[in-house]
Write a protein that binds this ligand. Structure first.
Ligand SMILES: Cc1cc2nc3c(=O)[nH]c(=O)nc-3n(C[C@H](O)[C@H](O)[C@H](O)COP(=O)(O)OP(=O)(O)OC[C@H]3O[C@@H](n4cnc5c(N)ncnc54)[C@H](O)[C@@H]3O)c2cc1C
Length: 278
């Protein structure tokens, strides 16, 4: 249908980004192609060492899924998005396709070994998540392509992750957010992935902070070094959520907390995480 209707057609998933944009007349599609009637598009499966999410899977379904909870950072993310109403309607596929710089999924998926399976008239293609979002509100998708599935490889043993956002109230996007995934060998960090949300045009990888951690024994001093490197790599804008300087300081603090929780989870400690409210 997208190919037939051309560029004036838009897909409708949960409608939690598209409908507000249409109400504000910032989007004015001539046709809506409603995915909600397509069966078999909402599922959470564990298969061949990976979690597979159908594009129409709601945030709330992921929040309440025991399968998804096998990767705790995925649960942190789903449970922290906006409020119950939005989580009941909004979908993981719609979120990644929207590529909102403040969206939660992109920040988390950037720290995972994740892929997007895209489907169009020419067939299916698989894109590493790190390449999928190219700019604010922009992805690699053609106008006649859709997100069919998101695949997240299960992290290796002795890995732990955490996702933390700092928010003014539940039904708003975070002021800043941080996702951390660590692979540990005792006290030594074998591998680290850190991404920051709401502090750039897309989610940003804190590559210098990751390099500082890799191969090192984790100490308070090293955590402070990594937090400072992440703070320096953030590129926020001042807006009604806070000044750029405030958001940079926030990112540093979230990286520190995220690393501490990720290390505890890597030791198989059960740690509940929720966003921090102002
Ligand atoms: C008040 C409010 C607060 C919110 N707070 C947060 C928050 O804190 N964190 C957060 O992450 N999100 C937040 N959201 C957004 C919410 O998570 C949305 O659900 C999400 O961004 C879009 O998903 P959707 O399924 O609603 O997509 P839709 O609104 O239906 O679609 C969004 C865009 O993606 C396209 N699209 C949809 N599905 C596909 C697909 N399968 N393939 C290709 N393109 C597709 C549509 O054409 C459209 O352009 C909030 C929304 C509201 C209204």
């Amino acid at each position: 249908m997208l190919a037939q209707l051309g560029e004036e057609a838009k897909l409708l998933a949960g409608g939690q980004s598209l409908i507000p944009l249409m109400k504000l007349r910032l989007a004015n599609p001539r046709h809506l192609v409603d995915l909600n009637f397509v069966s078999g598009t909402s599922y959470i499966k564990e298969e061949s060492g990976a979690l597979r999410f159908g594009a129409l899977t709601r945030h709330a379904e992921i929040e309440n899924s025991a399968v998804a909870a096998k990767v705790p950072i995925i649960h942190d993310c789903a449970a922290g998005i906006a409020d119950v109403q939005i989580r009941n309607r909004g979908t993981i596929g719609g979120s990644v396709a929207e590529a909102d710089p403040s969206g939660d999924w992109a920040t988390v998926l950037l720290t995972q070994n994740a892929e997007v399976h895209c489907l169009g008239p020419k067939g299916e293609r698989t894109v590493p998540f790190s390449k999928f979002i190219t700019d604010a509100y922009t992805t690699l998708l053609g106008h006649d392509e859709l997100v069919r599935e998101i695949v997240v490889k299960l992290p290796p043993k002795n890995s732990g992750g955490a996702y933390l956002g700092f928010k003014r109230t539940a039904p708003v996007y975070p002021t800043a957010s941080v996702a951390v995934q660590l692979s540990m060998d005792g006290d030594v960090c074998k591998d680290a992935a850190i991404a920051m949300g709401c502090v750039g045009l897309t989610a940003i990888k804190a590559t210098e902070a990751e390099s500082a951690l890799r191969g090192q024994k984790i100490s308070d001093k090293l955590i402070a070094t990594a937090a400072e490197a992440a703070r320096a790599a953030s590129d926020p804008q001042s807006d009604m959520r806070g000044s750029a300087e405030y958001k940079r300081a926030l990112v540093g603090a979230l990286v520190k907390r995220g690393l501490e929780i990720a290390m505890r989870r890597a030791r198989e400690e059960r740690v509940e995480v929720s966003h921090i409210y102002a």
